[in-house]
Design a protein around this ligand. Sequence first.
Ligand SMILES: *Cc1c(COP(=O)(O)O)cnc(C)c1O
Length: 238
Amino acid sequence: MSNPVQPASSGDAATQVLAQWAEVCSALAKAADKAGRTGEPITCVAVTKTHSIGRIQPVLEQGHRIFGENRVQEAQTKWPGLKAKWADIELHLIGPLQTNKAREAVALFDVIETVDREKLARKLRDEMDKQGRALPVYLQINTGEEPQKAGVAPRDADAFVRLCRDELKLDVRGLMAIPPADEEPSLHFALLRKIARRNDLSVLSMGMSSDFEIAVTFGATHIRVGTAIFGERETPAQ
Ligand SMILES: *Cc1c(COP(=O)(O)O)cnc(C)c1O
């Protein structure tokens, strides 16, 4: 086999990851109940950046299938082997994508959450056509208008949806945002929901380890949780 998958790590690390994963699942269900969203599907994208296959495999063995990585290169070292073993894995790209990595990203990922500029949208259109892969995409909105952060400004969001969905015919399912670290996230979640509603988009990818329960009250359909499941990251991720 060209992509050998390491055996599941036995012992402490795996047990701890599974316990934390179960806790996140139950906190998610509780938050959904509290928000009056009992039984609605809310997807937990398990964010595995920096974490080894030994930590990822235990949750795969328990049936979790939806994962997020923020770097194409790192994902390429971990996921081809895992996807060969579990065919129904759904891998989300949640980090910034350079156009020169679009080809690899379209080949490996199943959802691109971070479409954030016209040049990238056009490049993805080309690559999907070339590879015959029509991936669902989310558009990243910079709700806090932070200069260092990716994403289109809220005032440009409607035009960007029109470009990506109506002109380029990308399969735009929804929106994604990362609120400023030092602000109350609710306002940002509410803003993202408002932009999604007026554009008739159903997916809202928002909420991370520290604020996913709040995101659920604001209508998140996808939360992206790393630390609360896998523990502190093993190396700094950007
Ligand atoms: C790392 C990351 C997450 C997960 O963050 P945690 O705080 O570890 O849950 C979510 N979304 C994006 C875009 C990330 O890069």
